[in-house]
Design a protein around this ligand. Structure first.
Ligand code: B1M
Length: 186
């Protein structure tokens, strides 16, 4: 598709994301199962790596550092990877803690690496509350004032973000980039 001059954004949004939506619907109606979903997820993550250099913006300036991870109990990483790919593309330094990240690990890594922003992702209604656990741990460790927290993931809402004391919520990777830029400029 790149060779045929489709833009990386088009490939991502029209090709890959809509395909993943179909997989999600088929998983819901019971016509595909975890192995197919996993295969699709792997294909998605590999394709993201191919697209990454093409998603980079031309006016790249160093924007700040963001540490990002999917919360404890949650293994979904495609959305997180899309967000970090886009952030790298516009010049953020990204520290990826991966999936299933415990609150104590977030705190330890923040103390060690001192990022400007912490980004958390959750895809399950059962793991969303972990975001609040992390924010409470940051408050306890006296770190909350020195870092901005942004969150996202399909079940997460703006209201939830405000209720748990996050500094911002982004619905998709594009919004995540605008929000991160806004958070480092304050
Ligand atoms: Co899972 N899964 N899954 N799954 N899975 C969902 C989320 C589900 C909605 C499917 C369904 O039932 N229809 C459902 C959740 C229901 C709920 O909680 N209400 C579900 C379930 C139930 C489960 C298991 C419990 C299934 C089981 O074992 N019985 C299990 C849980 C495992 C665990 O985490 N402990 C499970 C497992 C898996 C796989 C491992 C097989 C695989 C994940 C592989 C991987 O990620 N490497 C998987 C997948 C792929 C999905 C679906 C099909 C697709 C998710 C996805 O990647 N979407 C999903 C159904 C669906 O969404 N239609 C489903 C594409 C991605 C780009 O979107 O992640 O929303 P998303 O990210 C967006 C935005 O949300 C936002 O930007 C991204 C780009 O636009 N965003 C942020 C995300 N993070 C952000 C962070 C930010 C800002 C924005 O700031 C930091």
């Amino acid at each position: 598709m790149l060779e045929k001059n489709f833009s990386a954004q088009e490939i991502l949004n029209l090709g890959m994301l809509s395909a993943m939506e179909i997989i999600g619907d088929r998983f819901t109606d019971g016509t595909v199962f975890i192995p197919e979903v996993l295969l699709s997820a792997r294909a998605m993550n590999e394709a993201l790596k191919v697209l990454e250099p093409h998603l980079a913006s031309s006016d790249k300036q160093r924007q700040g550092t963001i540490m990002i991870g999917t919360v404890r109990g949650d293994l979904h990483d495609i959305g997180k990877n899309m967000v970090l790919t886009m952030l790298k593309g516009v010049g953020f330094k990204v520290i990826d803690l991966g999936v299933n990240v415990k609150s104590e690990n977030f705190v330890r890594e923040i103390v060690d690496k001192k990022p400007d922003i912490l980004g958390m992702s959750a895809l399950l209604t059962t793991t969303m509350p972990q975001m609040q656990v992390v924010i409470e741990s940051l408050v306890e460790a006296g770190l909350k004032e020195s870092i901005k927290v942004m969150i996202g993931g399909a079940p997460v809402t703006e209201k939830f973000a405000m209720d748990i004391g996050a500094d911002g919520y982004a619905r998709d990777a594009g919004e995540a980039v605008s929000l991160a830029k806004q958070l480092v400029s304050h």
